[in-house]
Design a protein around this ligand. Structure first.
Ligand code: ATP
Ligand code: MG
Length: 509
């Protein structure tokens, strides 16, 4: 990504320090015809003299507006529509009391701005200064730090070194034809993922599950993988306590190599939206330096909720479950930025999606699933049995498994998936008394082997595998037990019995 080179700010935050001397000329007008009488209007006279000396800089007359009305969640500001763009920042108030709002809609005479803080003091007639687009200064110094949506430190670890380039957190995705192809598999160390939902460098994958099914825990497991040069974690809309727990308890040693961008659920929705984009910007920054980045965002749903609040405040019509069409554009703009770019760096994106009411077709889950290259489905019923990560294997898939796995591995996985599908059907039937052991050898084999496979898939944060482990050797060992059983007439699968053939399990793939 290219960026306009500017002097680095003293701090990584893009927010300029409040400037008491900022000219406030909007309401004065600069017409030559005004000839104030210095004696009668000394203050006006001084301001106009100052204005005259600054004339020609073009932007000055546009810098300030006035609060025209205040709503619960928005400000209407007049005088800035001609000069501002969507997404621009406004500063309200002076000095320590200054706070920021972001323009979310514009009309011919007014702009609608959403405060970027929840505690605001403002009244009609207050002056508002136009700051312009949000720009951030990511740097290598972001690694190992916990930052807010503006790139300011949250960890008490001192100032964050600013980069030399000013970058737009809402930047565009790489052009489709300029992206490198995805060719290399990434080993995560999580058995269930490496076997059944294999991930490649540059792939984008979602973790879908209801509340409390273990999404964040699985992400923290993944955040400790070793196969990436750097890790960027966006904690969006999380509970305040979870941010600290995540970093201190779950991230462990991986912390030094990770950049955490956090925006808790009590922050303004425009800040939560920004935080997800800042995390993406940080990932892009490292990718553009040739690094293999793992980007984790927990959760995309809370980002989508922030988008919903902003869209409604901007006056967009709700189209589905209160979401406006802004949902679809914001999601694709964010998620499409992950992946490979030209130059060798890659962003592998893993995004959690809270499936409201365990309805996997709800709009956010549906939209995200359509954009990503694979999904891992977490299942409340599996979590209830204590098997974590509670991945529902039959429902989870990677659209790049052909790239990730060789022929032998693909055959093993297909065979195991088939056994698992048989187990899931037969286990329920058995529990209801509808299946008696011995009736079908293949089903018996599934009932014997799949619990062993499931045991192998159970992992907590401490049991993450290191590079070099081979889950396929273990899977092959499990399946070898099945293949060593000679098919007996009574015990063969129903369709094989009908055709009068012996069906070795390997042929099932
Ligand atoms: N690998 C694991 N090993 C043991 N327990 C786990 C594991 N993963 C999750 N759990 C249990 O599940 C609980 C919920 O996990 P987690 O907070 O990760 O869920 P979540 O899906 O992120 O929830 P939310 O939707 O509220 O964000 C944890 O408190 C823990 O008890
Ligand atoms: Mg969570």
């Amino acid at each position: 990504m290219s960026g306009e080179a500017v002097e680095p700010a003293g701090d990584a935050a893009s927010l300029p320090a409040p400037s008491p001397a900022a000219p406030r000329l909007r309401r004065l007008g600069l017409a030559d015809s005004i000839e104030p009488t210095a004696d009668r209007f000394p203050r006006l006279s001084r301001l106009l003299a100052g204005a005259a000396s600054l004339r020609g800089s073009g932007e000055l007359a546009a810098r300030c507006g006035t609060v025209q009305s205040v709503r619960q969640n928005t400000l209407i500001v007049d005088g800035l529509s001609k000069w501002s763009n969507l997404g621009d920042l406004l500063r309200v108030g002076d000095g320590d009391e200054a706070w920021f709002a972001q323009i979310i809609a514009a009309n011919p005479d007014t702009v609608v701005a959403k405060p970027m803080t929840t505690a605001i003091r403002v009244k009609v007639g207050d002056e508002v200064e136009l700051i312009g687009p949000i720009k951030l200064f990511p740097s290598q110094g972001w690694k190992g730090r916990i930052l807010d949506a503006f790139g300011r430190p949250l960890d008490g670890g001192g100032p964050v070194p600013a980069g030399h380039h000013r970058l737009d957190p809402y930047g565009p995705p790489p052009e489709a034809m300029k992206r490198e192809r995805i060719v290399e598999r990434a080993i995560t160390g999580v058995h269930a993922i490496d076997l059944f939902v294999p991930v490649c460098h540059g792939q984008r994958i979602g973790i879908f599950g209801g509340s409390g099914t273990g999404k964040s825990s699985l992400l923290s497991l993944l955040a400790n993988t070793r196969g990436f040069d750097t890790i960027v974690i966006g904690l969006i809309g999380e509970r305040g306590r979870e941010v600290r727990e995540f970093v201190e308890d779950k991230l462990g040693q991986g912390h030094r190599n990770a950049t955490v961008i956090a925006s808790t659920g009590d922050e303004a929705p425009s800040v939560r939206m920004l935080a997800a984009n800042t995390a993406m910007l940080a990932a892009e920054y490292f990718r553009d330096r040739g690094e293999r980045v793992l980007l984790i965002i927990d959760s995309v749903t809370r980002f989508a909720h922030a988008v919903r609040e902003v869209g409604l405040a901007a006056g967009e019509m709700p189209v589905v479950r209160g979401h406006t069409t802004l949902l679809y554009s914001s999601l694709s703009q964010l998620l499409e930025r992950a992946g490979p770019s030209e130059g060798g760096g890659m962003i592998t994106g893993i995004f959690s999606v809270l499936v409201d009411g365990d309805d996997h077709n709800e709009p956010v889950a549906d939209a995200v699933r359509g954009i990503l290259d694979g999904h891992i489905v977490l299942d409340r019923a599996i979590a209830a049995t204590g098997r974590f990560p509670a991945i529902n294997i039959p429902m989870s898939l990677s659209r790049l498994s052909d790239v990730a796995l060789d022929r032998e591995q693909t055959a093993l996985v297909r065979q195991a998936r088939r056994l698992i599908a048989t187990f899931e059907q037969a286990d329920e039937m058995r529990r209801l008394g509808g299946y008696v052991e011995g009736a079908d050898q293949y089903v018996d084999m599934a009932l014997k082997l799949v619990p062993q496979i499931y045991d192998y898939l159970t992992q907590d944060v401490q049991s993450l595998e290191q590079a070099g482990y081979d889950p396929f050797a273990r899977l092959a060992a499990f399946l070898a037990q099945a293949n060593s059983q000679p098919p007996a007439g009574a015990g063969r699968p129903a369709e094989a019995r009908r055709e009068g053939q012996a069906v070795p399990l390997q042929a099932q793939g």
